[in-house]
Design a protein around this ligand. Sequence first.
Ligand code: GDP
Ligand code: CA
Length: 349
Amino acid sequence: MDAVSARPVSRITVLSGGMGGARFLQGLLHGIAAGTLPGVAADAEVTVVANTADDIWVHGLKVCPDLDTVMYTLGDGIDLDRGWGRRDESWSVKEELAAYGVEPTWFGLGDRDVATHLVRTQMLEAGYPLSAVTEALCRRWEPRVRLLPMSDDRVETHVVVADEAEPSGRRVVHFQEYWVRMRAEVPAESVLVVGLDASTPGPGVLEAITETDLVVLPPSNPVVSVGTILGVPGVRDALRASPAPVVGLSPIVGGTHVRGMARQVLTAIGVEVSASAVGLHYGARRSGSAGVLDGWLVDERDADQVERVRAAGLPCAAVPLMMTDPAATAAMAAAAIALVTGAGAAEAG
Ligand code: GDP
Ligand code: CA
C-alpha cells in the first residue's frame, strides 16, 4: 500500500481556459463518477480556477468566455457544435444590433446567452465582484465544480499584429478581435496582458492551489489561458509551494494545436510549437527557479519527445491525448494522476 492508496485524493484543482479545459473537466468528472481514476475518492471535489483574461465588454455587457464555456459545458447548456454559447440558440438581438449598424458586428451573443450577460452585468454594476456573480450564475447551472475566476480584477489580453496602414507598422487588438474577427489568421507579434501585473488572485484561488491533493494543468492554451492564470501575482509561487503534486497535459499534439490558436501565440512568445517545448516552458518544480510541474503528459504521437522532457528533470509519459469523448478524456486524467502519484501506474501503463 502506498501513501496515496492510504489517503485518497479528495480535492482536485484544475487551472482552466475555455473549450480545452471544459472538455478535460467533463472527462475528469466522468472518471470520478465511474471510479476509474487511481487513488481518487468517489466523492472527490473539483475546484476550477478559470482564466478571465479573455473577458471583454461588448454592447455594455461583461463577457467572460472561459467562465461561461466551463459553466455551460458542465451544466449541460453548451452548444456542442460551436463549443461556446447556449444550445438551441437564436440570434435576434445580434441581427437587431447589426440593423442599427452598432459595432462590433463581429462579436455575437445569442439571445439565450444575452440573459446570462444581463444578470452578470447587473450584478457587477450593483457592486458584486465577479467571483460572487459567477457563484450566483452557477447556482442555476450546477456545474458540479467550484468555479473560481482567477481574479476579480479587470485583466484583458491584447495581441500585437502587423498593420501596414499604421505609422508604427503594427496595431494592438483585443484578444477577442484577434480570435473572432481576424480568426487568428495573421501572425501574432506579441501578447500583452493588460492589468495582469496589478491584479490579485480571486477569493479562494491561492487556497485552492495550496490546500488540495492534486493540481492539474489541462490541455488548455499555455499562453492565453493557463499562462495568464500563472501570471496573476502570487499564483505561480503558490503552485511552486503547494504540497500537492502538479501535473500537466499537452495541448499540442503532433506538432500543432488540435483546435484553437495555441500555435500562433506560442510562436509570439518564442516557444517552439511542440509537446515537449510546452512542458519545458512550464518547467519542472524540482529544477529551475520558476517551474510549476511534477509531471507532463504528451500524446503517443509525440512519444519521441518523452526523453527530452525527462532529461530536463520532468517525469513524462506518452498516452493518447485526444479528448474524443468523456471516457477517453477520463483515461487521460487517470494517466496524469498515475504519473505524479504512482497510484495505478500498472493500469495506466
Ligand atoms: P479556449 O479558451 O476555448 O481556447 O480553450 P482552452 O485554452 O481551455 O483550450 C484550448 C486548447 O485546447 C487548444 O489550443 C488546443 O491546443 C487544446 N485542445 C483542444 N482539444 C484538444 C484535444 O482533444 N486534445 C489535446 N491534447 N488538446 C486539445
Ligand atoms: Ca479562452
